[in-house]
Design a protein around this ligand. Structure first.
Ligand SMILES: Nc1nc2c(c(=O)[nH]1)N[C@H]1C(S)=C(S)[C@@H](COP(=O)(O)OP(=O)(O)OC[C@H]3O[C@@H](n4cnc5c(=O)[nH]c(N)nc54)[C@H](O)[C@@H]3O)O[C@H]1N2
Ligand SMILES: Nc1nc2c(c(=O)[nH]1)N[C@H]1C(S)=C(S)[C@@H](COP(=O)(O)OP(=O)(O)OC[C@H]3O[C@@H](n4cnc5c(=O)[nH]c(N)nc54)[C@H](O)[C@@H]3O)O[C@H]1N2
Ligand code: SF4
Ligand SMILES: [Mo]
Length: 745
């Protein structure tokens, strides 16, 4: 067989780099950056190389597993589906639809079959118990953006190539490669920014890899961003620096914001933030005086009790400095497919709302169709109508990735039935009764549904499968449709393709009315996610409108561009008011629910800060909880260490390299939570703050992750509190949590 070259979007993080992969006799011989790629221009990180390890990993599941008498046995797909059909429908019949739950995780956003079809499973189950990693991550940003701009994925993005000043808060793109902002090679872009005289400033409780390439870095006390941001907004008003620029006629609520931030003077917040009042003023001035500036904030500002407020105030700052919707400021992507802000009537919409239902035990409101992941354990444990008895997990590992993982692990063992769609037998899926493996990303076709809506540049790229799939293995969208049919009592022997045809015909009727037959005829050659993509591209903002605009995009054209790096649709452009989907047709700068929530930090202004708190950390060679089994990434220095400032180390008697026990400060009556980790003394840390990465703790019995188990690490989430949330978005609190530390060596 001759050597072949393939081009594929990397599915491992939000940078979505274009890869060039060579294959010889069915084996991967090289993986490198695709230089012609219109989005990433050849950039990659070390994780991309590990796709080969992932594909070849002997621990990666290739056949379904069924647990019998406590032991997993390999099974055929027909046997696995039959087992689910035998056990799931009777549970629904006996206990109702809300006795079921689904939880979906991060890798699903990198697989079109999962992201486009997961909703069909959730709807078929008909349960309100829908959980996802979004409430461990970015829900505050999505809610704030939704309230301000009208849709959950209408997120303002820094126009880094043209800006003069970029303020990065609570994000470390040099390790994470960016999030809610698809920006491959942030480091290269930061270099160009500084080379043309621009400035990069970082605010983070750790002097991160990103801080190391910045002009300035300021420590901030974890969880204090809302105070800093409100004081910066306050300063804009008191120093008469407010300007709305291009969007002046499209903004509601400037005065209400001015009133709401009144208590947050720089002096009032300085101690809480650990940043001097003078520094807060000078940061504000730099931002206001820069010809073009952008404030970008990410997970550090979301995973705290004031997550939605902080996310909102970031865009308030962007708006009040005249940087919203202008080149070199913050812009919105115009995605070629699947974006709600390119569909329907331009400039106005339904907006977003929350609380259509609530979690049974905590009362936490529904947000974007979901309940907080941190409610899952108590919803399984607590008896009564609507108690969860059956769970389907899809590409998620909450035993390691969600706070109080050990409690969740115990709860999972009490379920009557659990199914996991996953590629590993790991800390979460070991609790399942049936595991259904997903295909290797190299055997799957791909088009990013979400990330072009968040990309630094508009583009359209499609990846065909690199390697053939074993014909006995279904694609993941087919598995989701089969599970949906089983949940609806249609039995195990359904034809997923026929179901898809029938559902597509219905959707076409709803979306295209009298043109439905023409759309069905025009998409004849496609099925599954490809067909959904063909419709989305052709009816999208660059589409051929099914022949009305012959020069427009079709799936065939995007496919044909694969080897040449995809189709470039140009830099981001101003889009207000056309992209707004708020009921008023304006940017809502002062959503009432946020103004009201600002009372919380106002009351909390002078609350004493805990002595010692913990935050997380990402490393370029890891990815949440699931890539520690890949030898290329696992080698090298051990990364699951607790970074402690020298002053704290001395105060607490902790030695570099020694082991220490980290205890959560718990409430009376709570089960104590603690983990043991190796100390690394480092002046990268703000005094009073310890950093431990998440996603480790691979020493739980029953998992099959042989490489990861060799250096298991400590599970940060065994320490964190599942009762701490941002009340508006339901997002978990993953940082700024009070701890104590004692040496155990
Ligand atoms: N303390 C702390 N906790 C955190 C974070 C933090 O910063 N600190 N970060 C949070 C964030 S941002 C996120 S997004 C969550 C992530 O949390 P999760 O969404 O749970 O993601 P992972 O932990 O990466 O687990 C991914 C799972 O998907 C499986 N998988 C991988 N590829 C595939 C595939 O192709 N198909 C299928 N079916 N399964 C697949 C893996 O085996 C694994 O079980 O973690 C959160 N947890
Ligand atoms: N290599 C690698 N890349 C990844 C991942 C991974 O696990 N590994 N995960 C992916 C996922 S799922 C996501 S969501 C993204 C996340 O991408 P990022 O948001 O860039 O995530 P982090 O690298 O964790 O950076 C968060 C920063 O916030 C800081 N921080 C913590 N608490 C606070 C606080 O209260 N205030 C402020 N201002 N800062 C704080 C931390 O010190 C850290 O430097 O990364 C993605 N990319
Ligand atoms: S930064 Fe690395 S992991 Fe992320 S998409 Fe690019 S190559 Fe893949
Ligand atoms: Mo995430």
């Amino acid at each position: 067989m001759p050597q072949t070259t393939h081009h594929r979007i990397c599915p491992l993080c939000e940078a979505c780099c274009g890869l060039e992969i060579t294959v010889d006799a069915g084996r991967i011989t090289s993986i490198r950056g695709h230089e012609a790629d219109v989005l990433s221009g050849g950039y990659i990180c070390p994780k991309a190389i590990a796709l080969k390890d992932l594909h070849d990993d002997p621990d990666r599941l290739r056949t379904p597993l069924i647990k019998r008498n406590g032991t997993f046995e390999p099974a055929t797909w027909a046997q696995a589906y039959a087992e689910i059909a035998r056990r799931l429908p009777p549970l629904i019949a006996a206990h109702g639809r809300n006795a079921t739950a689904v939880a979906v995780g991060n890798p699903s956003s990198h697989k079109i079959g999962l992201i486009a079809y997961f909703g069909k499973l959730a709807r078929a189950l008909g349960t309100k118990n829908v959980f996802s990693a979004s409430t461990l991550d970015q829900m505050p940003k999505q809610l704030a953006s939704g309230l301000m701009f009208g849709h959950w994925l209408s997120v303002a993005l820094p126009d880094m190539e043209r800006t003069d000043f970029l303020l990065v808060i609570g994000a470390n793109p040099l390790a994470s490669n960016g999030s809610m902002w698809t920006v491959p090679d942030f480091k290269g872009k930061a270099k160009s920014l500084r080379a043309r005289g621009g400035k990069l400033v970082v605010i983070d409780p750790r002097r991160t890899e990103t801080a190391a390439v910045a002009d300035a870095h300021h420590f901030i006390r974890p969880g204090a961003d809302v105070f800093l941001l409100a004081a910066m907004v306050h300063t804009l008003f008191t120093e008469n620096r407010v300007t709305l620029g291009n969007v002046a006629e499209w903004v509601n609520g400037v005065e209400a914001v001015q009133q709401a931030v009144a208590p947050f003077t720089p002096e009032a917040v300085a101690a809480r933030c650990g940043i001097a009042a003078q520094t807060i003023r000078s940061l504000t001035r730099q931002l206001a005086e820069a010809p073009r500036a952008a404030v970008y904030a990410r997970i550090g500002t979301c995973t705290q009790t004031y997550g939605t407020l902080a996310s909102w105030l970031v865009d308030v700052l962007n708006t009040l400095t005249g940087n919203l919707d202008r080149e070199g400021g913050m812009l919105f992507a115009k995605s070629a497919a699947f974006a709600s802000n390119t569909a329907g009537k331009p400039g106005v919409g339904k907006g977003v709302s929350t609380g259509r239902h609530a979690a049974r035990v905590s009362g936490a409101p529904e947000v974007y169709g979901e309940l907080p992941m941190t409610c899952l354990a108590e919803e399984i444990e607590t008896p009564g109508e609507g108690q969860i008895r059956a769970l389907i997990t899809v590409a998620t590992n909450p035993v390691l990735s969600s706070p109080n993982g050990p409690r969740l692990a115990k709860a999972l063992d009490t379920l009557d039935f659990m199914v996991s769609m996953d590629i590993y037998l790991n800390e979460t899926t070991r609790h399942a009764d049936v595991i259904l493996p997903g295909v290797s990303p190299l055997q799957d076709l791909h088009y990013d549904v979400a990330f072009p809506q968040l990309s630094w540049r508009n583009h359209a790229r499609y990846s065909p499968p690199v390697l053939p799939r074993d014909p006995s293995q279904p694609e993941e969208w087919q598995t989701l449709l089969t599970l949906a049919a089983i949940a609806q009592g249609q039995g195990a022997e359904v034809d997923a393709n026929a179901l898809d045809d029938a559902q597509f015909a219905q959707d076409a009727q709803r979306l295209f009315g009298t043109h439905a037959d023409a759309v069905i005829a025009a998409t004849q050659g496609y099925k599954g996610p490809q067909r959904a993509l063909e419709v989305a591209l052709r009816s999208g903002p660059y589409g051929d409108q099914f022949g009305l605009k012959p020069d427009g995009l079709t799936l065939a054209k995007v496919m044909a561009s694969n080897a040449s790096g995809g189709i470039d649709l140009g830099p981001l452009q101003p889009r207000i008011p056309e992209m707004l989907r708020t009921p008023s047709g304006k940017v809502e700068l002062a959503p009432p629910s946020l103004l009201q929530d600002l009372q919380r930090p106002a009351h909390d202004l002078s609350a004493p800060a805990p002595d010692l708190v913990i935050i997380g950390r990402r490393d370029v060679r890891t990815n949440n909880s699931w890539m520690h089994n890949l030898p290329t990434l696992a080698k090298g220095p051990f990364r699951c260490t607790a970074l402690v400032h020298p002053q704290d180390a001395q105060r607490l008697g902790l030695q570099d390299g020694a082991l220490a026990r980290i205890h959560a400060v718990t409430r009376a009556g709570e089960v104590p939570r603690s983990v043991q980790a190796q100390v690394h003394v480092s002046d990268q840390m703000m005094p009073g703050v310890v950093s431990l990465p998440h996603g480790w703790g691979h020493d739980l019995p029953g998992a099959q992750l042989r490489v990861a188990a060799e250096r298991a690490g400590a599970n940060l989430n065994a320490l964190l509190d599942d009762q701490l949330r941002d009340p508006l978005s339901g997002n978990a609190v993953l940082g700024g949590v009070a701890i104590t530390m004692v040496t155990t060596d």
